[in-house]
Design a protein around this ligand. Structure first.
Ligand code: GMT
Length: 375
């Protein structure tokens, strides 16, 4: 494998796309590539692993511009890196605005040989791409990319349906670090959050409406009415407060813990018996993948890309969308022996299909393919 000079640009916050980009960048650096990660803040999950170079575009603020000119700052930063480090690949994670920024950077640097890759993650299609004002810009930027990828088949189909332009997107699913996310026996956090004989349910997200945190509460309440159970909530977002109030109103406040955003979520996930992700329809569900890597079965709806990650009956339970009662019943129908098998199968599925050691070579193959097209 040739060592390549790669720039990866992403949003740094709590979102899965930034996590995926950061973990891919670290894995590629460990595999001997010269990798530059560009994000406006230190990426949330960046641990310093791999010989990564991290750059933050300087975004000048001025009352005259109102909103800071993020796109120009990012493009200028990328163009400078292309020139200074002779980058061969610019890889945008999340099309808005990064796909436009990499196109501008190539034009600005005058290095026509730099190959551009855009990875669609979700809202860049379903929110921005679907928006009439944005669609044209998203389509333009994707059309200017040398390759477009999506994280699931579902998202590739949504892109075709919503964008109204040809993307020729191919699917490379998200990968995860299976050393960081792994089962852990005798975990002290288990004793911290649940007593002997209690079922420990958990959820982790940015608690936006698409995550349907209210359904997490509903599922938990139904299960807690039948057996001793506790709920562990990780992350923060607009629907957190309502969920806390809802639990209080139902008299379940003392049985739930809200931890807020956690950098080391891998030390919490393995403690769970079930991971709940009843999203309305998201492209992938990275948190579900991380839970499975920790040997935790996932319960969610048959919606979006989640069925491409979770196999109903084998690595978790999937039921019809918005049917919290069915989801609670599905979880409760899984007896101890079947649950143990699900734990093993969940971990095995991640190792076989989504481990970063398996996903990184797919990116390397795509990089080589687009680089070969230069001549
Ligand atoms: O698209 C978003 O709303 C945000 C985005 C993100 O940056 O986290 O989430 C998407 O990308 C993740 C990583 O590929 C996926 O795990 C999420 O399912 C996906 N979210 C949606 O599709 C809503």
């Amino acid at each position: 494998m040739n060592a390549r000079r790669i720039g990866i640009v992403c949003h740094p916050g709590l979102g899965g796309s930034g996590t995926v980009a950061t973990e891919l960048a670290a894995a590629l650096a460990e595999r001997g590539h010269d990798v530059h990660l560009i994000a406006r803040d230190r990426p949330f999950r960046y641990t310093g692993r791999g010989r990564l170079h991290v750059h933050a575009p300087q975004i000048p603020e001025h009352p005259a511009t109102g909103t800071p000119p993020q796109l120009m700052a990012e493009a200028a930063c990328l163009a400078a890196l292309v020139e200074e480090h002779e980058l061969e690949i610019l890889h945008a994670h999340f099309a808005v605005p990064h796909s436009m920024a990499i196109w501008m950077a190539r034009a600005m640097s005058g290095r026509a040989g730099v190959r551009l890759i855009s990875t669609l993650h979700g809202s860049d299609v379903t929110v921005f791409g679907a928006h009439p004002e944005f669609r044209r810009a998203v389509c333009f930027a994707l059309g200017a990319s040398d390759a477009v990828t999506t994280v699931s088949v579902w998202l590739a189909e949504e892109a075709t349906r919503l964008l109204g332009c040809t993307t020729n997107a191919r699917v490379i699913p998200n990968g995860t670090d299976t050393e960081r996310f792994r089962p852990r026996e005798g975990l002290s956090s288990r004793r911290r959050f649940a007593r002997e004989g209690e079922l420990l349910l958990g959820h982790a997200s940015n608690m936006r409406p698409v995550k349907r945190v209210g359904d997490v509460v509903e599922v938990f309440a139904r299960i807690a009415a039948q057996q001793p159970a506790r709920l562990l909530m990780v992350g923060d977002g607009p629907d957190r407060q309502r969920a806390e109030e809802d639990l209080e109103r139902r008299g379940l406040g003392a049985r739930a813990v809200f931890l807020g955003a956690q950098e080391a979520v891998e030390s919490v996930l393995p403690a769970l018996d079930w991971f709940l992700l009843p999203s309305a329809g998201e492209s992938f569900g990275l948190a579900a993948l991380e839970a499975m890597a920790c040997g935790v079965p996932v319960a969610g709806y048959r919606a979006g890309g989640l069925p491409e990650v979770v196999e109903d009956g084998a690595t978790g339970c999937l039921v019809g969308v918005h049917d919290a009662a069915a989801l609670a019943a599905a979880v409760q129908s899984v007896r101890e022996e079947a649950h143990t098998s699900m734990r093993v199968a969940a971990r095995a599925r991640v190792l076989e299909h989504f481990a970063m050691e398996r996903i990184a070579p797919r990116w390397e193959a795509l990089y080589e393919e687009v680089l070969a097209s230069r001549t």
